[in-house]
Design a protein around this ligand. Sequence first.
Ligand code: SF4
Ligand code: SF4
Length: 75
Amino acid sequence: MPKKAYKININYAWCKRCGLCYWICPTKTLVEGELLYPKIDNEEKCIGCLLCENICPEMAIDIELKKGAEAIPES
Ligand code: SF4
Ligand code: SF4
């Protein structure tokens, strides 16, 4: 089974550089980048928790399950 992998889409045009996304990211996939913009440190570390997507006040982040990656099993 392929490992779950996520694609992180950041719409920098909407980002207001509040820092919440990289503050909350538990795996430090997102880190503080230049001029306080979020930077993707290593997309492979993303666990798809959606904390960044949900906390962003500007809805500038979209986490997407990569095609071909294992879907989250239904319980
Ligand atoms: S989905 Fe979770 S692990 Fe992935 S970048 Fe966002 S906060 Fe970090
Ligand atoms: S939470 Fe949203 S607005 Fe704030 S720094 Fe992250 S992407 Fe930008």
